[in-house]
Design a protein around this ligand. Structure first.
Ligand code: ADP
Ligand code: MG
Length: 698
């Protein structure tokens, strides 16, 4: 049997392969590009391209592609083969440095939110050497950034790399203030926990709602749901286990550190967590993971649902973004450390995050806003739409002691002052866990839990990196050149705690009382839906912050605003159209057929003997008829709203109508259909029910 270390990363052009296949000079200059962002000259690029191609061909590749992440939220690729005609009528396999560095795909069919005029179809892809090339199928995939002819980013990777650079720059300034002269760079790392559902392919094929929209638009509650909590961490069924085995193998070959797998709360729901890595690589890997999950599922006769809310009344799927920042020397800046000196530095970074999350809570909400995720945030299963932070009792008590200049209970009876040895050592308390907080400190990292399962993690990390870079910049501006560093630092931390403690909440985030307190007493934002939060992307404070760190240009932000709302409108409109279609073509005819048969049975009974009681049939037919009439009226009304919507060109206005009218009408329509399902004989129902779907994989 082949062991995992033997094939781990076997499809990746990683450091091991580079070292073995490049001359020392070439390898060293490439390393400089990867680690320090040094420009790559064409000679080096040619040598790397040649080695990459030879390695890829040896592994069965015939094509290459610039692999990128347009604003659709998924990845894109256009394949070119390596073949070049040779004079003798045959072909040779060729790949040049120019082809490695730059591609020119036609950009006209990707969303640009007005950034790229349609006449200017050209877009560019540029190699991101910090994320290794890999082989998928028969294609060498080269991770790239994607931008317009005018240089505006048309993807998620470019702003992500820029945000990492902004964070790096400001964090290094802070480290220098603490006397660190050796760290070369600071990077954020992420470990994204990915939730998903598995259903059988056979049932999937019979559900047009899942096929067209990724979620069920109809479905009465099954007799058994998740109330027994017997699925969470339960024994993994053999068919699922076989899927997970193959998934792990495929991911490992791609150098993806798949680590943990378990059943989730809902029936048919599972989770996969990788070991964390540098943010841009983690982002590439998470996109790949989602893709491979779907491919492997198909091989096992299954379908992997990545939608945030495939089933009403059952937990949806999220993605926990575990985030930390560390130096190239391996120091995690969010780790409390062993000495008071480290503690002071840790407290400053901690405060930077607290300030960032409070100041830019709207951007964090925006980063996770999609039509699908709106169903989760605010339901009693996922963090609410209100952003708050969990720090745990110990850290909170320490911050309180600093704020009030009083003694921390665990420490000697002296006032807390940073830089002196009264700061206690932190005890890493793993039992101190809170599962309901949107943004929780978990010992040496923060876990941002509001992401939806299908979200690219890029957006959340762009906002997080940028907002923390902004806090650090403000701190560095204030501390650089100050005479009494210790006192200035102490005062600044105190001020941060005073100004931003409203964002800290250690209680139950699912509690209605909390939402009241958060919004009424603390003044935190509660943007329940995508149309509610999205306009704030263009608030002056947000535009100023993001442009000042060079993460987005004003135009790029405008384009994101347009595209995110457009995606929202399209997603819901497709759902509404699918609903109308299913009601008219499947559900109504099925219910009608059933009630006609019931009526026929009653008539037959009456014909036998007029004193047979047909109350049951009469009552049932009446109920079913009322429901089909209701369906017909509501489908008509929904259609009317959609027609009206088609005439509105302003995307923000469109999204408001969807929020206020379309979604509520869809809910009304669904409610009639679900009521009919419960009283219609199973053999008449046109597709698998919730019970079938959720308990169908055996
Ligand atoms: P839980 O389900 O309790 O939240 P998991 O072990 O499933 O925990 O997931 C934790 C995730 O956090 C893993 O992906 C892990 O690699 C990641 N992680 C651990 N330490 C760090 C860190 N310093 N920075 C970023 N991610 C981290
Ligand atoms: Mg978690």
């Amino acid at each position: 049997m082949v062991s995992v270390p033997d094939y781990f990363g076997s499809l990746v052009f990683d450091d091991r392969v580079m070292k073995a296949n490049l001359s020392e000079d070439i390898y060293n200059s490439l390393r400089k590009t990867i680690d320090e962002g040094k420009r790559l000259d064409i000679g080096v690029a040619n040598a790397v391209a040649e080695a990459m191609k030879d390695w890829a061909v040896q592994h069965g590749a015939t094509h290459y592609t610039h692999w990128f992440q347009p604003l659709t939220g998924i990845t894109a690729e256009k394949h070119d083969s390596f073949i070049t005609p040779s004079p003798d009528g045959g072909v040779i396999m060729e790949f040049s440095g120019k082809e490695l560095i730059k591609g020119e795909p036609d950009a006209s069919s990707f969303p640009s939110g007005g950034l790229r005029a349609t006449f200017e179809a050209r877009g560019y892809t540029a190699w991101d050497p910090t994320s290794y090339a890999f082989i998928k199928g028969k294609t060498l995939c080269i991770p790239t950034a994607f931008c317009s002819y005018g240089g505006q980013a048309l993807d998620k990777k470019t702003p992500l790399l820029r945000s990492m650079e902004a964070l790096n720059k400001q964090a290094l300034r802070i480290l220098r203030l603490f006397g660190n002269t050796t760290a070369k760079y600071v990077r954020s790392s992420v470990g994204p926990e990915q939730e998903y559902f598995l259903i059988t392919r056979e049932m999937y094929e019979k559900r047009p709602d899942i096929r067209f929209t990724g979620r069920t638009l109809f479905g009465a509650k099954p007799p058994k749901g998740q109330e027994m909590d017997d699925h969470y961490f339960g024994v993994i069924k053999p068919r699922v286990a076989a899927f997970m085995d193959e998934l792990n193998e495929e991911l490992w070959k791609l150098g993806i550190l798949a680590k943990t797998e378990h059943n989730e709360v809902a029936p048919a729901q599972h989770e996969l967590a990788p070991i964390y890595t540098t943010t841009n690589i983690a982002t590439d890997h998470n996109q790949l993971t989602m893709e491979i999950m779907q491919k492997v599922a198909a091989k096992h006769g299954l379908v992997c649902l990545l939608h945030e809310k495939p089933f009403a009344g059952v937990n949806g799927s999220g993605k926990h973004n575990n985030w930390s920042i560390s130096t190239d020397e391996g120091v995690n800046l969010l780790s409390p450390g062993e000495t008071p000196y480290e503690n002071a530095q840790f407290l400053l970074f901690l405060c930077a995050v607290i300030k960032a999350v409070d100041d830019y809570q709207d951007l964090l909400r925006i980063a996770v806003a999609t039509a699908g995720n709106d169903h989760r945030l605010g339901a009693n299963e996922a963090p609410p739409a209100v952003v708050s932070m969990f720090l745990g009792d110990e850290l909170t008590a320490i911050l309180e002691a600093i704020e009030t200049d009083s003694a921390y209970k665990g420490a000697e009876k002296e006032k807390m002052k940073l830089g002196v040895n009264v700061l206690p050592r932190f005890i890493k308390d793993t039992t101190d866990r809170n599962r309901t907080s949107p943004f929780a400190f978990t010992g040496n990292k923060f876990e941002f839990r509001m992401l939806g399962s299908s979200n690219s993690i890029a957006c959340a990390n762009i906002m997080l990196n940028s907002a923390v870079a902004e806090s650090l910049k403000i701190y560095a501006d204030r501390l650089e050149g100050v005479e009494d560093f210790s006192t200035a630092l102490h005062e600044m931390i105190k001020k941060t705690i005073k100004d931003h403690k409203r964002i800290i909440f250690n209680g139950n985030g699912y509690d209605d009382e909390w939402i009241k307190e958060a919004t009424e007493k603390r003044g935190l934002c509660n943007y329940k839906t995508t149309p509610d939060c999205m306009p704030h992307l263009l608030d002056k404070k947000n535009v100023d912050m993001l442009t000042s760190h060079g993460v987005y240009s004003k135009e790029e932000l405008n384009s994101r605003f347009e595209i995110m709302l457009d995606n929202y409108c399209k997603a819901v409109t497709i759902e509404a159209n699918t609903m109308i279609n299913i009601v008219r073509k499947q559900i109504s005819p099925a219910v009608e057929a059933y009630s006609a048969d019931v009526a026929k049975a009653a008539a037959a009974k009456k014909a036998l003997s007029s004193d047979i009681d047909c109350g049951y049939e009469t009552g049932l037919v009446k109920k079913l008829s009322a429901l089909t009439s209701g369906m017909s009226v509501k489908a008509g009304e929904l259609e009317e709203i959609l027609l009206r919507l088609a005439d509105i060109s302003d995307i923000a206005h469109q999204s408001e109508i969807i929020r206020d009218e379309v979604i509520s009408k869809m809910n009304e329509l669904r409610s009639d259909c679900d009521a009919a399902e419960v009283i219609t004989a199973k053999s008449y129902w046109p597709f698998p029910t919730y019970g079938d779907l959720l308990f169908g994989v055996n």
